[in-house]
Design a protein around this ligand. Structure first.
Ligand code: PEP
Ligand code: MN
Length: 365
C-alpha cells in the first residue's frame, strides 16, 4: 500500500530478523549495567535494547516505571553495548522526554494502540520528527485499529514504521497471557506491503517456558524479528517477573531457533516453482467447481421460489455441515477449517437465493 522505510533503512544499522532484548522496566542504573554486562559476557548483544520507563499497569499500585530519570541510565547501554535503545511512549509528554534524551526508536504499547485519541496525541507530538516507531497490536484483535495507529503515524510524516505482534487478551483461553493470532500479522502484511512485524513472545506467553515455541512459530510464519524481555535476575524484576529470562537463557533461545529465509528475498528454485504451478492449476479447478456448484444452487433457488419455500432449511443445513465435516476430517482437513469453509459457502448460497427471490417476478399461488 503505502511506501515506508523498512527496518534496514532506518539508518540505525539494523537488519532482520531484528532481535530486541532488555528488561520489561528500567529499575536502577545497577540493573541496566548488570544486564548489559551479562549480555556482553554471553556474547548475546541484541541489535536494539528495550526498557520500559513509563509502565501502563492494569491496576494502580504496582510499579509504574521510574520515569524520565531512567532515560539517563540508557547512556549506560550506549556506553557498554554501543547499540540503539527503544522505549514505550503513551502520551505527548513521554514523547518530549524521550526525544530530549535521544531515544533511537519509540514503541506504542497495546493499551495505547486501542485509543485513537492517545495515538493521535503521540502523532502530533512527533509531527516533523525523524524517528522510527513500532506499534504493538491493540489488546483486542482488531486489525483496523492496528492499521489506524500506523496510519496516524504515517500521516504526520513518520515513515520508519514496524508493527509488533504481542497477542490479544482473551477472557477464556488461559494458556497464554495474550493469545497469539497469527492471521492478524499476516493480514497486516498483506494489507500493507512490506510492513515488518516483530514478535513479542514474552507478553504472549507470560511465562519463561514456551517462549521458544512461540518465537519459532513467529519465524515459521515469516515474521521479522523478536522482542524478548531480558533481566539479570528475572524473579526479582519489578514488573513481569514471571516472563523475563536471563541473558544466558536468551542466548539459548536465540541459538535454538531455526530462522527461516523469507521467500521475498530470493528467487524461488525450480522445485518450488513447479509446486506453485500445480497449486495454481488446482485453484483454477477449485474455482470451476465452485462456479458449477453455485449454478446448481441457483437452480435450487428457482425451485424454492416456484414452490414458495424459504431459502434456509435448518435440517438440510445440519445434514450438510455434519456429513461434509466428517468427510473432510477423514481427508485430514481440520474440523475448524471444514466448518469455516462450509459456513462461508452456505452463507453465499443463501444470499444468492434470497437475492433471486427479491429480484424475481412473484410467482402466483
Ligand atoms: C511491555 O512491552 O513491557 C508492555 C507493557 O507491553 P504491552 O504493551 O504489549 O502490554
Ligand atoms: Mn513487560
Amino acid at each position: 500500500m503505502k511506501p515506508h522505510k523498512q527496518i534496514k533503512d532506518w539508518g540505525l544499522g539494523l537488519t532482520t530478523p531484528l532481535i530486541i532484548a532488555g528488561p520489561c522496566s528500567a529499575e536502577t542504573p545497577e540493573q541496566i549495567e548488570q544486564i548489559c554486562k551479562e549480555m556482553k559476557e554471553e556474547n548475546m548483544v541484541p541489535q536494539l535494547f528495550r526498557a520500559g520507563i513509563w509502565k501502563p499497569r492494569t491496576r494502580p499500585g504496582s510499579f509504574e516505571g521510574v520515569g524520565e530519570e531512567g532515560l539517563k541510565w540508557m547512556e549506560i547501554v550506549r556506553h557498554q553495548l554501543n547499540i540503539p535503545i527503544t522505549t514505550e511512549v503513551g502520551n505527548a509528554a513521554h514523547v518530549e522526554s524521550a526525544l530530549k534524551h535521544k531515544v533511537d526508536v519509540l514503541w506504542i504499547g497495546a493499551r495505547t494502540t486501542v485509543n485513537p485519541f492517545a495515538v493521535q496525541e503521540i502523532a502530533e507530538a512527533l509531527r516533523g520528527v525523524d524517528i522510527p516507531v513500532m506499534i504493538k497490536n491493540p489488546m483486542n484483535p482488531d486489525l483496523e485499529l492496528w492499521m489506524g495507529a500506523l496510519e496516524r503515524m504515517y500521516a504526520v510524516g513518520i515513515d520508519k514504521l514496524a508493527a509488533i505482534h504481542r497477542g490479544f487478551s482473551d477472557a477464556y483461553d488461559k494458556r497464554y497471557r495474550n493469545k497469539p493470532n497469527w492471521s492478524m500479522p499476516i493480514h497486516l502484511k498483506r494489507e500493507w506491503t512490506g510492513m515488518e512485524v516483530i514478535n513479542d513472545p514474552s507478553h504472549i506467553v507470560g511465562r519463561r517456558d514456551g517462549l521458544l515455541e512461540v518465537a519459532q512459530s513467529a519465524m515459521n510464519f515469516g515474521l521479522d524479528g523478536l522482542m524478548i524481555e531480558t533481566h539479570h535476575n528475572p524473579d526479582k524484576a519489578w514488573s513481569d517477573a514471571k516472563q523475563q529470562v536471563t541473558p544466558n537463557r536468551l542466548k539459548e533461545i536465540i541459538l535454538s531457533i531455526d530462522f527461516k529465509t523469507p521467500l521475498e528475498n530470493m528467487k524461488p528454485d525450480e522445485r518450488l516453482q513447479d509446486l506453485r504451478r500445480a497449486v495454481d492449476h488446482l485453484d483454477d479447478q477449485l474455482l470451476d467447481i465452485l462456479q458449477e456448484r453455485f449454478a446448481v444452487i441457483d437452480q435450487i433457488g428457482n425451485h424454492k421460489r416456484e414452490h414458495h419455500l424459504t431459502v434456509f432449511q435448518s435440517d438440510r443445513w445440519k445434514e450438510v455441515m455434519e456429513s461434509r465435516t466428517q468427510k473432510g476430517v477423514k481427508k485430514h482437513l481440520s474440523e475448524k477449517f471444514m466448518k469455516e469453509l462450509l459456513y462461508c459457502i452456505h452463507e453465499e448460497s443463501v444470499k444468492r437465493q434470497e437475492k433471486q427471490l427479491r429480484e424475481a417476478e412473484p410467482v402466483k399461488k
